[in-house]
Design a protein around this ligand. Structure first.
Ligand SMILES: *Cc1c(COP(=O)(O)O)cnc(C)c1O
Length: 390
């Protein structure tokens, strides 16, 4: 029997709701991955990714695997056994960076900050001066596990001043907030399709600076991953019409990514960021009208990922299950240090719209009242509406 998924509204930490234009693109006929028309599509996709990342980097392409593979691609290509990498950790994904560094045979020097707070750049600066031998600084721009944005521009400036590479996770950042690869001087960055690009999961856009590309081409040891070796992938995704077969690109998923990026370019990066901010502001107003609080300090909040403190006396999991069963609405639970303490409400890409904000507020109101909370009916939506009307 065929599988027919339920219709959900996706307001968790990803995947986000997929724009129907993208699912329509996905269903177009499959062509060969070395067909001249597909090669033209690859070139256009690269140009569109350069737009999204705000970079002129030639080595900008989608890895044929999810965001975690983009992460791995950055580490295995740039880090060699014996290297030292400074890893900033203020949530789940910094911990995975540490894992990656160690599996490359390198040493991770950790700069740890509390979950829910931004990366402390002063602490990072002193770690840099204590470890001048470090080759790279790795950090998460948009920590999806906590809803925190870190100061990527300053972190990359510190890396550049120290002559170190910068490796940035912007899986949740791209298209939701400013990601300025060239302006900030980022050496390697990776993202994902299923967050603010609102595309189907399974592809990871990556970009490497000229300096990073040269380093990869002049490594003293082979990249331990054959599949993720950028020296080989360059021959497949690189310039010109001669493309060497490396693997079979997920042809239809690339149609989908191309459509997602076309939608982004048509809207415009700045407009996309402004839309994410506006819907965040409305959601926040509505949550506050129900006495719910965001855990992240105002200046460090990601508009696309809202971590909300679970009030005393409320069953966190029951709220999520009411949302899912009664409203077909998915939100995220807390991870790691925040498990059981927060809900994570995503407003990513196509999911970041006023209808979703109102649905989410209405669903929360209903779920909280079901657990005995005394809330004046309708206040949350009225607060959001006032924001939209302003
Ligand atoms: C989602 C996410 C990833 C992993 O992406 P997958 O596509 O799930 O592999 C990595 N880093 C961050 C910050 C994320 O939000």
């Amino acid at each position: 029997m065929s599988f027919h998924p339920p219709e959900r509204t996706l307001m968790g930490p990803g995947p986000s709701d997929v724009n129907p234009r993208i699912t329509e693109a996905l269903a177009r006929p499959t062509i060969g991955h070395l067909d001249p028309e597909f090669i033209r599509l690859m070139d256009e996709t690269r140009d569109l990714l350069q737009y999204a990342f705000q970079t002129e980097n030639k080595l900008t392409l989608p890895i044929s695997a999810p965001g975690s593979a983009g992460m791995e691609a950055c580490f295995v290509n740039l880090i060699e056994p014996g290297d030292t990498v400074i890893v900033c950790q203020n949530g789940v994904f910094g911990g995975r960076m540490k894992e990656n560094v160690e599996r490359c045979g390198a040493t991770a020097v950790m700069v740890e900050d509390d979950w829910g707070t931004t990366i402390d750049v002063d602490k990072l600066a002193s770690t840099i001066s204590e470890n001048p031998q470090a080759k790279a600084i790795a950090f998460v721009h948009a920590e999806t596990s906590t809803g925190v944005k870190s100061d990527a521009k300053t972190i990359c400036r510190l890396a550049n001043q120290a002559g170190m590479l910068s490796i940035m996770d912007t899986v949740t950042g791209l298209a939701g907030i400013d990601v300025s690869i060239d302006d900030w001087g980022v050496d390697a960055a990776y993202s994902g399709t299923q967050k603010c690009l609102s595309c189907v999961p399974g592809i990871s856009p990556v970009t490497f600076s000229q300096r990073a590309q040269e380093l990869i081409q002049n490594r003293s040891s082979k990249v331990q991953s054959w599949f993720l070796d950028m020296n080989l992938i360059m021959g497949y995704w690189g310039e010109g019409t001669q493309r060497a077969y490396h693997h079979t690109a997920p042809v239809n998923a690339i149609y989908a990514l191309h459509e997602a990026l076309t939608i982004l370019q048509t809207e415009g990066l700045e407009n996309s960021w402004a839309r994410h901010q506006r819907n965040h502001n409305a959601l926040k107003a509505g949550l506050e009208a129900m006495n719910l609080k965001l855990i992240v300090a105002e200046n460090d909040r990601l508009p696309q990922l809202n971590a909300v403190a679970v009030p005393d006396g409320i069953d966190e999991a029951q709220v999520r299950s009411d949302l899912l069963n009664q409203f077909s609405l998915e939100i995220g639970a807390g991870l790691g240090a925040l498990a059981g303490k927060v809900w994570r409400i995503g407003l990513m890409g196509y999911s970041s719209n006023p209808t979703n904000v109102r649905l989410c507020l209405q669903a929360f109101e209903s779920a909280l009242i079901a657990q005995g909370a005394k809330l004046p009916l309708g206040d949350a939506i009225a607060a959001a509406n006032a924001l939209y009307a302003a």
